[in-house]
Design a protein around this ligand. Sequence first.
Ligand code: 6PG
Length: 241
Amino acid sequence: MSTQVKIYKTAADLFHHSADKIASLVNEYVQSTGKCSFVLSGSSTPKNLYKILGNKSFQKNINWSNVYFFWGDERCVPPDNNLSNYKMAYDSFLSKIDIDETNIFRILAEKPHPKAAKDYENRLRKFFHNVKFPTFDVVLLGLGTDGHTASLFQGSAVLKEKKKWVVDNYVEKINSWRITMTLPVLNQAKNIVFLVSGKEKANAVKSVIKDKDKSIPASLIEPKDGNLIWCLDRDAAALIK
Ligand code: 6PG
């Protein structure tokens, strides 16, 4: 595993430089293998990144038609719900680019959560021809103020999952069910990019990057044969400089 920590002066710099980095990774795989599997993250931080990636002026840099989109996690809501990670990515990004809907692997989170998880794993197994664990080319992750990532929360049994690719996970602290990729899947990735902005994340960033606190789920993201790239703004990096 190689780790890089990139710190940008402002949030705007963070999103623009991260968009360039994502574009260059996607192009690298499209040019070398003919396609790129790109796992999107959710909630609010990536929205500004997605807007840049979906911007017409940016599209000259990238041929999206050979990119396959997945989600690292999803809330158990329908795709038209404002809490949906799919909806956020579709509205800010995927609806703006020339992409066939068969390239978009939405988690069917409107289904009962056990079925939604099983269905997603089955579709991933079909796409990756049922290998032991899939190797995604690019995985984008966010970081919660408590150090969770995807829907892997502290103390959750899901953190110990060694076989399944996707699980449904009841998250006590938010009283909600989530669907999430598991650590063995995420840690099989070729590139994991954490996108973290804002001073409210500084403690979590310190716990992971400086303290290497293994009780924090994001500390367990260690792509064994891949690159781990932290993209932070100065506020988020305030306690590690
Ligand atoms: C989710 C995300 C989650 C998110 C962090 C950061 O579905 O909530 O996958 O892991 O990345 O909670 O969220 P913000 O970007 O809103 O701070």
